[in-house]
Design a protein around this ligand. Structure first.
Ligand code: DAS
Length: 362
C-alpha cells in the first residue's frame, strides 16, 4: 500500500473485514409480507377540523376525507398495506340503523375477501360503543376489526387521532388480534367492543370498560392481558347477512317524578322493546308499572338496564319482580348497549325467555 494510503490502512482493513457481514445482511430473509388493512371512514372528530390549534373542543366533526386521514399518518405504511374507503361522513350522534346495516354489510364483504387481513373503522366517539357492539354481534370473521375515534380534531395541539389510528392499524394487522371480537383502540388501550363505553366527554382518556381493557398498544406492538368471555363474531348466532332491517327499540330514562308519558309515546311509535335506563338497579317507578303492563300485553318487551355511569349490574327479581311482569334484564349492559343487543336479538325471536338467554350470553 503506497504512502498516500498508509493513514487509511486500519479503516480500510476494518471495512474489508465488515463487508462480508454487510453482504450477509443483504442475504437476510426478505422483509415479512405486510398485512392488507382496509380503513372504512365514517366521520366523527377523528375527521374533524377546528379553526385553530387551541380549539380542542370547538370544531366541526366529519370534515376530513379518508385520504387525508391516511396522509396525516405516513407511518401506517410501516405497519400494513393500507387503503381507505369513505363509507359515510357524519358525526356519530346522527348514525341511524340504516347506517349501521350499511357499514356492517361492507365490513362483511371485506372480511370475506382473501385480499383483506384486517379492517379499521374510523368513527365518531359519541356512538362508537354502539357500532362496535353491533359489529361484534353480527360479523362472522376471525379477522381483526378495530373501531377507532379521537377526542380532539387533527387540527388541535396534542391531537390524539393520529396515534389512535396508528394503534388501530397496528392491531388490525396483528395476527394475535384475531378471534378476540371487535376491538376499540383509544388512548393506547385495546378495549372490547362489547364492554367499552365513553365515560368522559372532554378528555383523551375517555373510553372505559367496567371490566378493564383487553390490552395495550405501545409503539405499534399489542400487549394482551385478558380475553372476552361473552359470545361474539364467529360464536354469535346472529349474522349481518341474515339481517335486512333492525326493529325499533327506544330508551326511557328513569328519574325522580317520572311518569308514563315517554313509555306510552314509544309504544305508540311502534317500539318492539323499551329499554328502561333505570335508576340504581335498573328500577322502575311504581306509578309507571301499570302502563308497562299494558305495553307488555301489546307485545312490547321491557328490558331493565341501569343508568349509573360506572357500569350497572341488573339481576332478575332483585328489587323488581321481573318474573311476575315478564320483563328482561340487561345484566351489565348500559342502556345504549342494551338497545343494540335488543334490536339484533329481536330479528330472531320475540320470546322473552329467549331474549333473557341472549342477554346472559352476549
Ligand atoms: N360529534 C362526535 C361524534 O361524531 C364527535 C366525536 O367525538 O367523534 O361522535
Amino acid at each position: 500500500m503506497n504512502n498516500l494510503l498508509q493513514p487509511f490502512a486500519p479503516a480500510a482493513l476494518a471495512l474489508l473485514l465488515l463487508l462480508p457481514l454487510g453482504a450477509q445482511a443483504t442475504e437476510a430473509e426478505p422483509a415479512a409480507k405486510l398485512a392488507n388493512v382496509v380503513i372504512l371512514a365514517t366521520g366523527g372528530t377523528i375527521a374533524g377540523a377546528g379553526a385553530s390549534a387551541a380549539n380542542s373542543a370547538t370544531y366541526t366533526a366529519a370534515k376530513v376525507p379518508v385520504e387525508q386521514l391516511l396522509a396525516s399518518v405516513p407511518q401506517l405504511s410501516n405497519l400494513a398495506n393500507v387503503r381507505g374507503e369513505q363509507v359515510m361522513q357524519i358525526a356519530s350522534e346522527s348514525i341511524s340503523n340504516d347506517n349501521l346495516l350499511q357499514l356492517g354489510k361492507r365490513v362483511a364483504e371485506l372480511a370475506a375477501s382473501p385480499e383483506v387481513d384486517g379492517i379499521v373503522i374510523t368513527h365518531g366517539t359519541d356512538t362508537l360503543e354502539e357500532t362496535a357492539f353491533f359489529l361484534t354481534l353480527v360479523e362472522h370473521t376471525e379477522k381483526p376489526i378495530v373501531v377507532v375515534g379521537s377526542m380532539r380534531p387533527g387540527t388541535a395541539m396534542s391531537a390524539d387521532g393520529m396515534l389512535n389510528l396508528y394503534n388501530a392499524v397496528a392491531v388490525a394487522s396483528d395476527p394475535s388480534a384475531r378471534g378476540k371480537g371487535v376491538l376499540v383502540t383509544m388512548n393506547d388501550e385495546i378495549q372490547s367492543g362489547r364492554d367499552v363505553s365513553k365515560s368522559v366527554n372532554i378528555k383523551t382518556e375517555a373510553f372505559k370498560s367496567p371490566w378493564g381493557p383487553l390490552g395495550m398498544v405501545v409503539e405499534g406492538k399489542s400487549y394482551w392481558f385478558r380475553l372476552p368471555v361473552k359470545r361474539h363474531t364467529m360464536n354469535s348466532e346472529f349474522d349481518i347477512k341474515n339481517i335486512r332491517s333492525l326493529p325499533r327499540v327506544d330508551i326511557a330514562y328513569g328519574y325522580g317524578n317520572v311518569d308514563d308519558t315517554a313509555y306510552k309515546a314509544f309504544g305508540q311509535a311502534g317500539a318492539k322493546a323499551i329499554i328502561q335506563a333505570g335508576t340504581g338497579n335498573g328500577s322502575v317507578a311504581a306509578r309507571v308499572v301499570p302502563s308497562l303492563q299494558e305495553l307488555r300485553k301489546d307485545g312490547v318487551h321491557i328490558i331493565r338496564s341501569s343508568h349509573v355511569n360506572q357500569g350497572g349490574f341488573v339481576l332478575r327479581n332483585a328489587e323488581q319482580p321481573d318474573d311476575k311482569y315478564d320483563w328482561v334484564v340487561a345484566h351489565d349492559l348500559n342502556p345504549q348497549k342494551a338497545r343494540i343487543l335488543a334490536e339484533v336479538a329481536l330479528t330472531s325471536t320475540q320470546d322473552s325467555k329467549e331474549l333473557q338467554r341472549i342477554f346472559w350470553e352476549y
